[in-house]
Design a protein around this ligand. Structure first.
Ligand code: KG4
Ligand code: ZN
Length: 350
């Protein structure tokens, strides 16, 4: 059922559109909280033969998929475009050509219907996904955002109020999973494959470095860990070792750094609740380790369902609802922004 606040509320029924990477997604969210539909057309099969996302191909697939995905999201929600109160679209960061497809479709829809439209930071979207969980984390909370493109710690004090406390200085955690899987020819995307193989491996057999664990900052670095795997592989060519043990050892190194830095951030900022966001939040070992560490430290923890963690448009609609209500608007001349300044928010004049 659609909860109608009042007919002039731009956040009453928001159409969200997301096309920053390799998922064409659209969703309808009522009141920033109730997901009426969330449709995701994944391009994983298109990019798999190349072992990674091919930007040009992603844009072309979005061109084919985006309009039908929006129609499907409206149909699934049982609403027409006439009933939509506002449009929220990912403006950045992401692949520029991919972003432009969603941005232009959103602009065209809003313009043709005279609807308010707002641009949303993809990172803020991942954080807003937490507000769609059955039990959203209480503010303030400490969010570990781990995806294929980002690894950041955010102090979230309220809807749309987040401060980035630390981030990766090179590769993102998901990127490291994908690169290690590619190195061993395990398949694409690598995160879920390593997660599965690691489950039958022993993480103590192959010891790998824990980058920046004791550097006293809340920043991360994963490219050195990937290089350590490259060196391990070269040094052990022809020797007998189990790939499952390598996967478990690598995963343990990533997870230990992520969990310890998250706990350190919570302690430094006196925050009593942790939350996990982004595609890597699907990782079983990360979920278990964070839950255990939070428990031991007497902290609360929110581990949202995987479909809220991976790229989707419901999270963009949820974040956009807040900004639409606050009166922010996207000029029809606005451009897509492939890289955001430090902090993960869109510039105020974007
Ligand atoms: O959030 P997402 O869907 O897209 C980005 O915004 O990047 O995250 C995708 C990333 C990929 O790097 C993928 O390998 C990783 O999340 N991933 C995982 C798992 N499932 C997805 N990494 C580790 N373990 C998993 N189970
Ligand atoms: Zn994402």
């Amino acid at each position: 059922m659609v909860s109608v606040a009042n007919s002039t509320d731009p956040g009453r029924l928001v159409l969200g559109i997301e096309s920053s990477c390799d998922e064409s997604a659209a969703a309808v969210v009522a009141g920033g909280r109730e997901v009426l539909s969330s449709v995701v057309a994944s391009q994983v099969k298109d990019h798999a033969p190349f072992g990674g996302v091919v930007p040009e191909l992603a844009s072309r697939r979005h061109l084919e998929n985006m309009a039908p995905v929006v129609s499907a999201a409206l149909a699934e929600a049982g609403v027409t475009l006439e009933e939509i109160s506002g449009v929220a679209v990912t403006q950045g960061p992401g692949l520029i050509g991919a972003l432009l497809v969603g941005l232009n479709l959103a602009k065209a829809l809003a313009w043709s219907r005279g609807l308010p439209i707002v641009g949303v930071s993809h990172l803020e979207g991942h954080l807003a996904a937490l507000s769609l969980a059955d039990e959203p984390p209480p503010h303030p909370f400490l969010a570990l955002l781990v995806s294929g493109g980002h690894t950041s710690l955010f102090l979230v004090s309220g809807p749309g109020e987040q401060q980035e406390l630390g981030c990766t200085k090179d590769d993102a955690a998901g990127e490291a999973f994908d690169k290690v899987a590619k190195l061993y020819g395990l398949g694409y995307p690598g995160g879920v494959i390593i997660d599965r193989m690691a489950a039958s491996g022993d993480p103590t057999v192959i010891q790998l470095p824990r980058p920046r664990l004791h550097d006293g900052t809340l920043d991360f670095s994963f490219s050195g860990l990937k290089s350590a795997v490259v060196r391990f592989r070269e040094a052990n060519q022809g020797r007998d070792y189990r790939i499952e043990d390598l996967c478990a050892g690598f995963q343990e190194a990533v997870v230990e750094v992520l969990v310890k830095k998250t706990l350190a951030a919570a302690a430094q900022h006196g925050v009593g609740h942790l939350a996990l966001a982004g595609g890597v939040a699907a990782n079983q070992r990360l979920r278990a380790a964070l839950a255990q560490a939070a428990n031991q430290a007497g902290l609360g923890v929110t581990l949202p369902p995987v479909e809220l963690c991976t790229d989707n448009a419901a999270m963009i609609a949820a974040a956009g609802c807040h900004h639409l209500r606050a009166g922010r608007r996207l000029p029809l001349t606005a451009d897509a922004i492939s890289r955001l300044p430090k902090g993960g928010a869109l510039p105020p004049d974007a």
